[in-house]
Write a protein that binds this ligand. Structure first.
Ligand SMILES: *Cc1c(COP(=O)(O)O)cnc(C)c1O
Length: 232
């Protein structure tokens, strides 16, 4: 199946999920997750009209970015960010969707300020105890949001989460519901907290039913990923 056909099918399935949930069909953005894939596949999606992309490594995207100059792509970082790469990340990405510590937020804020830009970010929340998962604990969210309110070069636009992997999308539903509740509660403190980045190839329909505003879809757009070799 080609990338264009995959994108079309996904848009239909997203539309169906919006209708099930009684939400307008343009309520959910489709982010094509191009990590690990060669830039040619990203360009194929671009030719099919896709503009919003997610990459999970600063260095990997740095190499691809040189081949995308002049294109109207909106690229988000959706992988963990080490504080020594915040400067490069602020330069390369239109948004960072995985802020999960005050230190990273402060460094991103300084880097964005130096570039004279306001950088949109999401806070990644860890809703399950798995060791491999990134994100801040939900209990720490209110305190973090309060501190981040003072960072003038960041725009705190919403929350993001990755539930534990499962074959059964229904098992992800409680995590999506929890993220939405957190957003609704914290909106009183942080009025810009609107976005909910949740849902991937296996569970985006459920995520849309639970209020996702952006689904991050890799496999269902580009096919299976080869295991990545580098560990940066
Ligand atoms: C890789 C990745 C995705 C896409 O996953 P698929 O299952 O291939 O759709 C989404 N979100 C994050 C944070 C990822 O790292």
């Amino acid at each position: 199946m080609g990338i264009e056909a995959n994108l079309m099918r996904l848009r239909e399935e997203m539309g169906a999920a919006c209708r099930r949930a009684g939400r307008p069909e343009d309520a959910v953005a489709l982010m094509a997750v191009s990590k690990v894939h060669p830039v040619e596949l990203l360009l194929e999606a671009y030719a099919a009209g896709q503009r919003l992309f997610g990459e999970n490594r600063v260095q990997e995207f740095g190499e691809k970015a040189a081949l995308l100059t002049g294109l109207d792509v909106e690229m988000h970082l959706i992988g963990p960010l080490q504080s020594n790469k915040t400067g490069r990340a602020a330069e390369l990405f239109a948004a960072v969707d995985t802020v999960d510590s005050l230190k990273v937020a402060q460094r991103l804020n300084a880097a964005a300020g130096a570039l004279r830009k306001k950088l949109p970010v999401l806070i990644e929340v860890k809703l399950s105890p798995e060791e491999s998962k990134h994100g801040i604990a939900p209990e720490e969210l209110p305190g973090l949001l309060e501190t981040l309110a003072g960072l003038e070069s960041l725009s705190i636009n919403g929350l993001m989460t990755v539930p534990p992997w499962s074959e059964d999308a229904e098992l992800a539903r409680p995590y999506f519901q929890r993220l939405r509740r957190l957003r609704d509660e914290q909106q009183r403190v942080c009025s810009t907290l609107v976005e909910l980045s949740m849902g991937m190839s296996g569970d985006f329909g459920v995520a849309i039913e639970e209020g996702s505003t952006c689904v991050r879809v890799g496999t269902a757009v580009f096919g299976r990923r080869q295991k990545s070799l580098s560990a940066t």
